[in-house]
Design a binder for this molecule. Structure first.
Ligand SMILES: NC(=O)c1ccc[n+]([C@@H]2O[C@H](COP(=O)([O-])OP(=O)(O)OC[C@H]3O[C@@H](n4cnc5c(N)ncnc54)[C@H](OP(=O)(O)O)[C@@H]3O)[C@@H](O)[C@H]2O)c1
Length: 299
């Protein structure tokens, strides 16, 4: 059985469908696995549980040969956070995988580092380190920002006139990746034991500012802005009542200023089967993988 922790998320849903299509037995672990099966293929076993709960994780790991962790706590509420989910939850999954003799594919972020200013990046690094130090056979897939997720976030900021508002100046270029390209790398990592012990970085071919992304989404119209001062205020004032909002405000400020560009050339040279699709509007609207703009790679 392949366990996909976070199998109901943006990436997880694509992974689960592809694994089921390939005839693999799949189990999904998520807090709302049972109710969140919109569009999920038949034959998937759903287990409701929290990766912070050791007993739930152990139970979900029974009979598992490969565990994929696609959970994240950045946007979580009720005590969920990068520390409790991305670091500690992943540790629980790794411990359970070790007991079961399962391999592990961990979703992490390009830029994961112990001294990053981004809490999420530090916690992903901690999870990576824990996995690397375990005797579990592992593959780490690091990705840049998911274009589809960010498109959803930006659309959610639209005012009554439908005008998107970007957080801060929106002039900092960052790398966006198509979620299908990340899924492609994860599926390969699940199936190919020769990738154990490898860190695979997946990103798009170009870097875009959030303003450029917003303009793509609204026919070239310039977006409005949430001023940096408002984000700074929210990052402090919201902390006691809505720590998730405070965390997101801090993350938005850092995304507006940190160097988050990425060049996938090295990864593509090392892993020629990776795909790196240009972020653009497709025929069916955003998010789209426009015909002719993708770079199909040899499988
Ligand atoms: N989005 C990006 O830009 C980006 C960039 C780089 C790397 N990544 C990584 O890629 C992976 C997938 O990201 P995504 O954007 O697809 O995530 P997502 O859409 O937010 O989905 C997260 C999944 O994790 C589950 N989950 C969250 N907290 C959980 C908990 N405490 N216990 C059990 N399940 C939990 C969620 O279901 P419930 O809420 O029902 O529990 C959901 O299935 C994550 O590891 C993320 O850190 C994402």
């Amino acid at each position: 059985v392949i366990l996909v922790a976070g199998g109901t998320g943006h990436l997880g849903r694509i992974l689960v469908s592809a694994l089921v299509s390939a005839g693999e037995p799949v189990r999904v672990l998520a807090r709302s696995a049972g109710s969140a099966d919109r569009g999920a293929p038949d034959g998937v076993e759903r287990v409701e549980g929290d990766v912070r709960d050791v007993a739930a994780v152990r139970a979900a790991m029974r009979g598992v040969s490969v565990c994929v962790s696609a959970v994240q706590g950045l946007t979580g509420r009720g005590g969920a956070s990068p520390a409790t989910v991305d670091r500690d939850g992943n540790r629980n999954l790794v411990d359970a995988a070790r007991s079961m003799g399962a391999s592990f594919v961990l979703l992490s972020v390009v830029g994961a580092a112990p001294d990053s200013q981004m809490e999420l990046f530090r916690m992903k690094w901690a999870a990576e380190e824990y996995l690397r130090a375990s005797d579990v056979p592992w593959t780490i897939v690091r990705a840049t920002a998911f274009a589809e997720t960010w498109a959803d976030v930006l659309r959610g900021t639209a005012d009554r006139a439908g005008r998107i508002r970007v957080f801060g100046r929106g002039e900092n270029p960052l790398n966006f990746v198509a979620v299908a390209d990340v899924a492609h790398a994860v599926l390969r990592a699940v199936a190919d034991p020769s990738l154990r012990g490898e860190v695979i970085e997946v990103g798009g071919p170009s870097n875009l500012t959030v303003t450029e992304l917003a303009m793509l989404l609204q026919d070239g119209r310039a977006p409005g802005h949430v001023p940096r001062a408002a984000l700074r205020l929210m990052s402090v004032l919201a902390r006691p009542v809505r720590p998730d909002r405070a965390r997101l405000a801090r993350a938005a400020l850092l995304m507006d200023s940190q160097d988050l560009r990425f060049d996938p050339a090295d990864a593509l040279a090392t892993y020629p089967w990776l795909s790196s699709t240009r972020v653009s509007l497709g025929a069916a609207g955003w998010p789209g993988l426009s015909p002719g703009t993708s770079r199909p790679r040899q499988r």
